[in-house]
Design a protein around this ligand. Structure first.
Ligand code: IPD
Ligand code: CA
Length: 278
């Protein structure tokens, strides 16, 4: 059962995360239609779905059903299977869909194995995020550290550590914005408080890759409101296994707020966000 997950069981989950993230990542690059269009919209006219979001999720779901028939699945494009084992796979078939639509090489497949209730309290125990354009695969399992593997001719494995920066004023800060216009107006308002207090802001367009950038020290700190479980399930474990902290307005990240980075920067940024909201 999940509480007694052995090192071997965690290793198996991490391997599946890695293999499936790469498999789906290769699919979305290889079969990206030359004239990719919008198949559908979700929460707003700019919250788009492409045919490849659906195909990627279908591929992930088929493999998980075959390899892990007792496990649950929660996916951004609607996959919803209840868990009989205590493990649920939380998957984002393309994180950074707008980048994918515009052929901007900052999108990823995110696969995480989680314990608990995906509609309530849950914990990621293994995860992988694959950017199929750069060939970068970020991965972690609980207690095992976080790693970046590059594929291709120059393959390498690097252990990840969050930034050593301690001053918020020097911190390169990542964030993102939701798809709802009112929510975006609030996020822009909060940003006017954050921007003067940090080195600069980056909005790369994929929360999963933003979290991995924090784990790799490419961003000092990151915050966003409105994230769904699939945006952050793998990335948040990769941050904590790289020595960082992930929290929300309270101790746990939530849809209201996700903050990630070295503890000292996360706390300083949390203070700024709290006073900005008052
Ligand atoms: C989005 C991206 C984006 C973040 C949004 C997410 P999607 O996911 O992660 O960076 O700012 O909050 O919804 O729609 O590309 O899967
Ligand atoms: Ca996403």
């Amino acid at each position: 059962m999940p509480e007694d997950l052995s090192l071997a069981a965690l290793g198996t989950l991490e391997t599946i995360c890695r293999e499936l993230a790469v498999l789906a990542g290769e699919l979305i690059v290889r079969e990206r239609p030359a004239h990719l269009g919008v198949a559908d919209t979700k929460s707003s006219a700019t919250d788009v779905v492409t045919v490849m979001d659906r195909r990627s999720e279908q591929l992930l779901q088929e493999h998980l059903r075959q390899r892990r028939p007792q496990d649950g699945i929660l996916g951004e494009e609607g996959a919803s299977v209840e868990s009989a084992s205590g493990i649920t796979w939380i998957v984002d078939p393309i994180d950074g869909t707008v980048n994918y639509l515009y052929d901007i090489p900052a999108y990823a497949v995110s696969v995480a194995a989680c314990t608990g209730d995906p509609a309530g309290e849950w914990e990621s125990v293994a995860g992988a995020v694959f950017n199929p354009v750069t060939g970068e695969l970020f991965h972690a399992r609980r207690g095992g550290g976080a790693f970046l593997r590059t594929t291709g001719a120059e393959s390498s494995v690097t252990a990840l550590f969050v930034s050593g920066e301690r001053e918020l004023g020097q911190a390169l800060t990542g964030t993102g914005f939701g798809y709802d216009a009112d929510k975006r107006a609030q996020q822009a308002q909060i940003l006017t408080h954050v921007l003067p207090q940090v080195r600069d802001i980056r909005r790369a367009g994929s929360a999963a890759l933003d979290l991995c950038a924090v784990a790799a020290g490419r961003l000092d700190v990151y915050y966003e409101s409105g994230l769904n479980a699939w945006d952050r399930a793998a990335g948040q474990l990769i941050v904590t296994e790289a020595g960082g902290v992930v929290r929300g307005a309270g101790p746990q990240p939530s849809r209201d707020l996700t903050l990630a980075g070295p503890a000292v920067l996360v706390e300083a940024l949390h203070d700024v966000l709290r006073s900005a909201a008052q």
